[in-house]
Design a protein around this ligand. Sequence first.
Ligand SMILES: C[S@@+](CC[C@H](N)C(=O)[O-])C[C@H]1O[C@@H](n2cnc3c(N)ncnc32)[C@H](O)[C@@H]1O
Length: 190
Amino acid sequence: VAHAIWQNFLSPYDTVIDATCGNGKDTCALAKCVPQGKVLSFDIQEKALENTKKLLLAYQLEKRVELFLISHDAFPSSLLPGSIRLVVYNLGYLPGGNKKLTTLASSTMRSITLAQHLLAAEGLISIMLYPGHPEGAVEKKLLLDTVNKLSTALWEVCHLEWSNRANSPSLLLLRKLGSLESPPPPCNTK
Ligand SMILES: C[S@@+](CC[C@H](N)C(=O)[O-])C[C@H]1O[C@@H](n2cnc3c(N)ncnc32)[C@H](O)[C@@H]1O
């Protein structure tokens, strides 16, 4: 569902962030959507970046992607506010990797706050939540409590849940409606 939404939403020249690149499946899906654009992909595990690089090479998509061995709560300061069209989070641990190296509610929340500022007007933040493990449940609660308080004038918040499955993964979408900066003072027409 997330991939279908991204494909429908993105344009060829967009710059996007994959904040948890893991084994690279999401990064590859994003790179296919932006043939003239750029994907900036982050992970804290070297293994994740290696796996992502291998997948990109297999699909000849490596030129569209920059990989960063950096936590997503420390995006490079060279990224300009308003320059990113989509920021993607697929939370939790690396499939097939160490389950203790999972995303954490506090740093995920810091990252999403940074992402809100990097996002262009009308941009989208897409977050896959996994409440079936203990830290994932904490993360889901903190994120939902926080985003449910966002200004309705500035953000649209949508939460897709698979209702007949206990603790199923769910998809949280935050659409930025305008600039987060305060509006300029009114023009003096005299
Ligand atoms: C569920 S996996 C991502 C799956 C991936 N998007 C894919 O398509 O294969 C979650 C990833 O988040 C990474 N991660 C955990 N904490 C992180 C952090 N603070 N910053 C960036 N990545 C983090 C983990 O190392 C793991 O690889």
